[in-house]
Write a protein that binds this ligand. Structure first.
Ligand code: DUC
Ligand code: ZN
Ligand code: ZN
Length: 496
């Protein structure tokens, strides 16, 4: 009997990474990629990938799973349904949020979140933190200790009553992140503008879901994006602006990048495939599309596409925020017909993120296959300290791989998805290309329509400090005296 050289060989496919596309086999041993070459020796198990694309598994670096929401609704997906849904859409690593609510200890929040994840995930996962109460204890003790333990990124909010930070608090948080080398994700919308518009709209009887998109004006997103960038520049810290929806905010990001700032930006499927008109559907149906920032108009959609093409965006995530529609704990937590500001914010997207961008982006030639891999797999892994273990197909990395049939035509419908929702915003949308097999550390977890991954096999990942979060140095940002020395006592740094 022939001795197998590998545990598994994926044979005869086209392997694409963020950099290259090559025809070769992939040899896997002990859950890792150990060989990439033509004509590899036998594997104990073999997958015939002729005519298929062999891509890194997706890294979904923005999703909300089993997260107590600040508005009181309950996320429909736990780590079981969320991770299965992700795997069925070609994603092999998720990074949801351990969310602090005011008064809570961050460490306790993280322990609670581990309890929610334990025994459930079919793919690997890491945690971001959400910091909503940046006390001295949190910034001086808890956060540094957690960062050392592998929770190296966190999100802050400039809006939402229960989560928002004022500018001074944002500066405090950014300074702490700079000291520790962490990545900060910013939800950038101007809270007072939204609150003011909301009050007036509702006062004038304009309370239907469609007015959510009016209250969350693109100008409010632009202003907060500008302010977040300004605060980050003062502290000399690269930050990542999440879920960018519109041209206005993109212009701020593009200008800052052009000035030489190190800055990152993310967009999501809802800004490519939905518009504000979806919030204006019959009856209360528009509630299904309420998310923040909201989908904009067709012109903004086109700008977001161009931003993906041109490099304004670094990451494409789902922002999966799963609230059931016909459910008193979901979109209808305040009843059918509740005013727009009492509708849970969020749309699902874990499972469709990759196929929809693949079809409308790669399939049409708008973005290259390699750019697709970079946006959805490699960059998020790099930005959040998971690379090279995750995010690519490389010798030594985990064998987290999605094998795609680029010709498979799929009509998206609620019934074919594996999340725990009662709707999809993308019902009836036809895509070409779907991941037919997904491997997590060399184990097949999704194959030909069958979920094979055992809940609990997914492992928690500690993240490294992301190199992308390293400050550039003050001179680049125009603060330093010509000598190159600088004096920044506000950061506890003086070198003159
Ligand atoms: N907005 C957020 O900020 N998070 C979850 C979903 C949403 O719509
Ligand atoms: Zn957000
Ligand atoms: Zn979010």
């Amino acid at each position: 009997m022939t001795q197998a050289d590998y545990d598994l060989v994926i044979r005869g496919g086209t392997v694409a990474t963020a950099a290259d596309t090559v025809a070769c086999d992939v040899g896997i041993r002990d859950g890792r990629v150990v060989a990439l070459a033509e004509g590899l020796g036998p594997g104990a198990q073999e997958i015939d990938a002729a005519g298929k694309l062999v891509l890194p598994g997706g890294v979904d670096s923005h999703c909300h799973i089993d997260q107590p929401s600040s508005m009181g609704a309950t996320t429909a997906d736990d780590f079981r349904s969320g991770s299965i849904s992700a795997a069925c859409g070609g994603t092999t690593c998720i990074i949801p949020f351990a969310a602090q609510h005011r008064g809570q200890s961050l460490r306790a929040v993280v322990e609670d979140y581990h309890g929610r994840a334990r025994g459930k995930a079919v793919i690997d996962y890491a945690f971001h933190l959400i910091v909503s109460d940046p006390t001295e204890q949190v910034l001086g003790q808890e956060l540094p200790a957690l960062i050392k333990d592998g929770y190296t990124s966190f999100k802050i909010y400039m809006t939402y009553d229960a989560l928002k930070l004022g500018d001074r608090q944002v500066l405090d948080v950014l300074a702490a992140a700079r000291r520790e080398g962490a990545m900060v994700m910013v939800h950038a919308e101007n809270h007072d503008v939204i609150a003011w518009l909301t009050e007036r709209l509702i006062g004038a009887g304009r309370s239907a879901p469609q007015f959510h998109a009016v209250a969350h004006a693109a100008q409010a997103e632009r202003e907060a994006t500008h302010r977040a960038i300004t605060l980050a520049e003062i502290v000399d810290l690269p930050i990542l602006i999440v879920h960018v929806s519109a041209r206005a905010a993109m212009e701020e990001i593009r200008a800052a990048k052009a000035r030489g700032l190190r800055l990152y930006a993310e967009t999501c499927p809802q800004y490519l495939f939905l518009t504000a008109a979806d919030l204006d559907r019959e009856g209360f149906e528009g509630a299904k599309y309420v998310c923040s920032p909201p989908p904009r108009d067709a012109a903004n959609q086109e700008h977001v596409w161009r931003g993906l093409e041109s490099g304004v965006f670094d990451v494409f995530s789902s922002d999966h925020a799963p609230y059931r529609y016909d459910d008193p704990e979901g979109k209808q937590m305040h009843g059918k017909g509740a005013p727009f500001n009492r509708i849970a914010n969020g749309v699902p997207g874990l499972e469709i993120r990759l196929p929809m961008l693949f079809s409308a982006g790669v399939g049409t030639g708008r973005i290259s296959l390699n750019r697709f891999v970079d946006l959805c797999c490699t960059r998020p892994a790099k930005l959040y300290g998971l690379y090279p273990r995750k995010g690519s197909i490389a010798v030594g990395g985990d064998a987290d791989i999605a094998i795609w049939d680029p010709e498979r035509r799929v009509t998206i419908s609620r019934d074919m998805l594996h999340d725990n929702l009662d709707y999809t915003p993308y019902e009836g949308h036809v895509v070409t290309g779907w991941p037919v097999t997904t491997l997590s550390r060399g184990t097949v977890v999704w194959d030909d329509g069958a979920v094979l991954g055992e809940p609990g096999r997914g492992e928690f990942l500690r993240c490294d400090l992301p190199a992308a979060a390293h400050p550039l140095g003050r001179r680049v940002h125009g603060f330093a005296p010509e000598s190159g020395d600088y004096d920044a006592p506000w950061l506890g740094e003086s070198e003159t």
